[in-house]
Design a protein around this ligand. Sequence first.
Ligand code: ZN
Length: 513
Amino acid sequence: MSGTPAVVLVALRLYNTLTRRLEPLEPIRSGQVSMYTCGPTIWNYAHIGNFRTFLFEDLLRRWLEASGLSVFHIMNLTDVDDRIIREASARGTDIRSFTEPFARAFFEDRDWLRLRPAHVYPRATDFIDPMIALVQGLMDRGFAYQGEDGSVYFAIDRFPAYGRLSQLDRRELKAGASGRISADEYDKENAQDFVLWKAARPEDEAVGAAWDAPFGRGRPGWHLECSAMGLALLEREGLGPVLDIHAGGVDLIFPHHEDEIAQSCAYTGEAHFARMWVHGEFLNVRGSKMSKRFGNITTPRDLREDGVDPGALRLLLFQTHYRQKLDLTDDGLAAAREGCRRLGEFDSRLRRSETTPAGEENDFTPWGRNLEQKVAGALDDDLNAPEAVAAVFQASRDGNRLLDLGIFPAAADRDRWARLLGVLDILPAEAGAAAIVTPGGGSGVAAGALSPSPPADPAEAEAWAVAWAAARAAAKGSKDYKEADRIRALLAGAGWEIRDARDGRAEVRRVFP
Ligand SMILES: [Zn+2]
């Protein structure tokens, strides 16, 4: 984005699972960060536990960008694996038709929870060629072999660093035919040669999950997907063979990420596939009240249908550090709803208050500086969202007191609040809506007639954003989700955010000036 300074001082420290230490983020290329986050397997609706991980990754992404870094964010969609093949087969359909509705549902849930869209969502089945090249490369280099079952396996004893991420005792490792695994998922007690390419079975053929390869017809193993797509996309973007950050849930450390490292590093010869491995803890839905009343409420769409505000849900999830386990409870949700409402009230009070002229200092001046320092300090400290949220609540209490005394903020103080709240994005859904776009009731301007960059004048910029939002609504109406996503990304790049309301309308609001 324009305006990114050439040199960015990054103060962020993250807990790197690879070293079990807090480490400063040192981007490989100054001012740029490449980030790969393991996405959903689109065989079902992603549950709230998956979204807790995506949400901490969203905060990481937003904080990197707010710190002045340009981020290239990849999130894959796994659209071929054991479960997908089984489910597609049971329904007598092919894997594409089976997974498509779940991909769409994932994007809807993502938008509802206000996750900033990744720059690219590669689907495994669109990257079969790079996967075949990766398997062939590993065979050529002696890291992979074909079993008598026709599948190709990674030989873990050929890769001495195997087990480093998950700190497996090397003696537990089982190599060769005695300890070979062809399932996509397996447990830590069974570290063994894992499958890269599964020989095609009739049931794979029946659902369109088999491709030709020099080493035999088959389909990729789950772990292979992320290595091949990550490396292919890094290369396409000219970002080299090593990621700055790779993130996911703790359940992915072993075997998934361990296997990703083995495949990628054995192939590239690099010491790392990612410099930093960042993992988010589990979310549990339990407690007697919760399990009785919310028996089925485990997906964002269930929560949405139950009237939960996405701002409140973000707030609730941010009130626990991403490396701590979190219990989702009825009481927690109710408290977050109330907290979110109070923040919304203060936000609108702050926005509607009189403005102190620029250059005139009053008690709002230290208020803004203090808020900025505390939030930045907290987020730079391994993304300490609970502390950042606490600072925001303190600022709203202090700010209310100042307004009660007839002391008013300057534009700069308001901007600080808006910018920091824009990172956490924990205000209620109804707050701050700049414009509502009704499907079919848009301006009728075709996307082709609109400029991709916003006019400088603020009023014109708003009309511009609304026109694009209308074009997006039209694209969604004609089921052109690719175009709708493109427009969302375009608006996001210009500082505008679209939120889809439940009734089909959309809200456009300015996130940063
Ligand atoms: Zn992955």
